[in-house]
Design a protein around this ligand. Structure first.
Ligand code: ADP
Ligand code: MG
Length: 693
């Protein structure tokens, strides 16, 4: 399909674009005129009006104009030049950390300036650091900008002025030629989407009468038009991936039920209805001739492991191996213990593989895996290294999928793949994914939800308490431990640095050992050796420790039913999903459990809101929706690392209402593979990574 001439015109056709500039543009993924035209402003500055100084708030950005009242060098923490500027409504300071003597001399009292910059609160009240400024003549009216000023995403050595000039030139080409409209006319009309060319030129140079608020918020029809097409491209790409997988054959696992039945008989509890339903959905998938791709969402403690075991047993009944992968060694080990306890009585062999397993022992496990002696293999991502070969891998179970990036998810499909077939895949997550996100980020997966907790659980009581009452909290820990309960004490830090976080936990552990000298206190953090960590966890689980001080490493999956109190320090620093995961470590036994969220005052508005959500509900799905609302999809999915949902225009939160339509349109054009490929190509282009598997 012809994606329009502009898609084939290299940027070098523009005047002044030589090799150096071409390289810089390449860094922005701009190779063609079409790329340049799709390189849309991140935001706009409003330089169309002059704001009264008296009306400014920190965080505002805008044009001001006033008279210099004084310019002084102040010493403070850094030497700086402070220029006081006044209009009829108020005064503001312009602060320069770098300045010349000539500059200072030019900013004499009485001079009129027009400035642009971001307003912040400084030592002297409202300030602008290094504003753009120029002298103006107060006797004539100097015109302001006539349209919103676009601010483009850029790279080193390429400034906004240059990018504006380049897009100006590209827009000239657009007037003469065109970008190919990829959404068929009748669908565009049906959904009231403006033509592509109009939308693109509008967004580069919004006219004077543009609805600026709408544009700044990203709700303009032109933006929505492009967001729509982009979401459509992502959707189609995941769909394509899904179809590709479906075309592959899969191991047939018509299980005869012999192991599953024995397993269920020996379980000390009956399955919940939700577990039965999901197990049946999986069972059906496994008996299909194409690979299962199913995401099981179930709140913490909903009993996903049993469901995974049933799937593994069906694979074994069909004569295949099953691999179960967990994101951390602690968790993998726990699964290994569970699976061994469950499956060995059935006469099955479970192998174990993790990074820490070395030498002969590792060799022995590897041999069991390749010979097929072990029917089920549990481990960390060590399972998917080159040295590991399976005899007959038929099912891959990935637990706690959030910790694995999308790319890892796709890489897994490769393991155990032969010419004829690809293994079934089951992904389990305890972090509920809001529906809007499943519709987009996970459109290639089928979804099951375990929406019921096993009976007999008492919901965790959550208390929000200031750290000024730390002494009371410590007393409460003592009381609980004296009664034979076990307690988690979780330390958090806002810094990304794991080292600092571990340090903080070490300090806290020392303090608590002093304050609670009669208790047995342990410490785990991410910088300890896996063997050390495992040893501490094991003795906590065996109730040889009363209190476990930890960083957020314990967030995922650890199961110690006797632990019924959790203290979380500075919970305001964590996302809701993470808090929910942490809290899920208690409330696993039959005694009443408590979670104390010990915040550091003052709380921000958002912090307060988050903590009260935690107090009000233990429903993981509600918490996930709220998390999405408060933090946005990038944070919720953790896609920063995976780089997956890097949208150019769309914003899943803002544009979530488009998704239903996107899905419909995707259905309407699905049959036209040339068209769908062109749409995918335009938006995901050269790095259509996750559609190539
Ligand atoms: P998660 O979904 O968080 O992975 P687990 O699979 O670890 O949950 O199960 C949590 C606990 O609940 C385990 O101790 C497990 O044995 C128990 N459990 C699972 N299913 C049931 C059930 N149907 N009835 C009672 N207890 C159950
Ligand atoms: Mg689990």
């Amino acid at each position: 399909m012809n994606v329009g001439v502009l898609a084939n015109q290299p940027v070098t056709v523009l005047k002044g674009v030589g090799a150096a500039l071409e390289q810089k543009l390449q860094k922005l993924d701009i190779l063609t005129l079409q790329d340049l035209l799709f390189h849309l402003p991140l935001r706009y500055q409003d330089r169309t009006r002059i704001m009264p100084i008296g009306s400014l708030r920190p965080g505002d950005e805008g044009v001001i104009e006033g008279e210099v009242k004084g310019a002084d060098i102040v010493m403070g923490r850094r030497r700086s030049l402070m220029v006081r500027l006044q209009d009829g409504t108020g005064t503001i300071s312009l602060r320069f950390f770098h300045f010349s003597a000539a500059q200072k001399n030019n900013l004499k009292p009485g001079v009129h300036l027009r400035c642009f910059g971001e307003i912040r609160t400084g030592a002297s009240g409202l300030e602008i650091y290094h504003p753009e400024y120029r002298r103006v003549d107060d006797t004539v009216i100097t015109p302001v900008e006539e349209s919103l000023t676009p601010i483009y995403p850029t790279t080193e050595g390429l400034n906004q002025t240059r990018l504006r000039a380049l897009t100006d030139a590209a827009l000239k080409y657009l007037e003469a030629g065109s970008l190919t409209e990829l959404i068929p006319d009748h669908l565009r009309q049906q959904w009231q989407l403006p033509p592509l060319n109009d939308a693109v030129s509008y967004l580069h140079r919004p006219p004077v009468d543009a609805d600026q608020d709408q544009l700044l918020d990203g709700y303009h029809p032109a933006q929505r038009r492009l967001a729509f097409e982009e979401l459509l491209a992502h959707h189609l790409s995941l769909q394509k991936l899904r179809n590709k997988t479906r075309q592959q054959g899969a191991p047939l696992m018509q299980g005869d039920g012999r192991y599953c039945q024995l397993f269920l008989q020996q379980l000390p509890f009956p399955l919940t209805n939700a577990q039965q339903r999901v197990a049946a959905e999986i069972g059906k998938d496994l008996s299909q001739p194409f690979p299962m791709l199913r995401l099981v969402q179930g709140d913490v403690g909903s009993g996903k492991t049993v469901v995974a075991a049933l799937a593994a047993l069906q694979a074994v009944e069909g004569g295949f191996q099953a691999a179960v992968m967990a994101p951390t060694e602690i968790l993998a080990e726990q699964h290994f213990i569970n699976f061994s306890n469950w499956l060995e009585p059935l006469g099955l062999k479970v192998a174990w593989l993790a990074g820490k397993l070395k030498g002969k022992k590792r060799q022995a496990q590897l041999e069991q895996i390749i010979s097929g002696e072990a029917q089920v293999v549990v481990g960390t991502h060590a399972l998917f290294q080159d040295e590991v070969s399976f005899a007959n891998l038929g099912l891959v179970v990935v637990d706690e999928q959030h910790r694995f990036g999308v790319h890892q998810r796709l890489a897994l499909r490769e393991k155990g793949r032969t010419d004829q077939r690809s293994p079934h895949q089951l992904i389990m997550t305890a972090t509920p994914i809001p529906r809007t996100l499943t519709m987009s980020a996970y459109a290639d997966l089928d979804c099951s939800i375990i929406d019921e907790l096993p009976p007999g659980r008492t919901p965790v009581n959550t208390v929000v308490i200031s750290d000024q009452r730390r002494a009371e909290v410590v007393q409460r820990v003592r009381d609980a431990c004296v009664q034979g309960r076990q307690v988690y004490w979780v330390c958090t830090l806002i810094e990304e640095s794991e080292a600092l976080q571990c340090q903080a936990a070490e300090v806290t552990a020392e303090e608590l050992k002093e304050a609670l000298s009669e208790l047995r206190i342990g410490l785990v953090h991410g910088r300890m050796k896996p063997t050390e960590k495992a040893a501490i966890m094991a003795s906590y689980k065996a109730a040889e420790l009363d209190l476990l001080v930890a960083t957020t490493v314990i967030e995922v999956g650890v199961d110690v039913p006797n632990a019924s109190v959790m203290i979380i320090e500075n919970p305001e620093r964590l996302g809701l999903a993470q808090l929910h995961q942490l809290r899920g470590r208690v409330g696993r036994g039959s005694v009443e459990s408590f979670c104390l969220l010990m915040y550091h005052a003052p709380l921000s508005q958002q912090g307060r809101e988050r903590l009260s959500v935690m107090r009000e509900t233990t429903d993981g799905f509600r918490i996930a929706e709220k998390d999405l609302e408060l933090r946005g999809p990038g944070e919720v999915l953790g896609t920063r690392q995976t780089g997956m949902m890097a949208f150019k225009v769309a914003d899943l939160q803002r544009d979530s209402d488009l998704l239903t339509r996107v899905k419909q349109v995707a259905g309407q054009i699905a049959a036209d593979s040339q068209l769908t490929d062109a749409i995918i190509q335009r938006w995901l282009g050269r790095d259509e990574q996750y559609a190539t598997v």
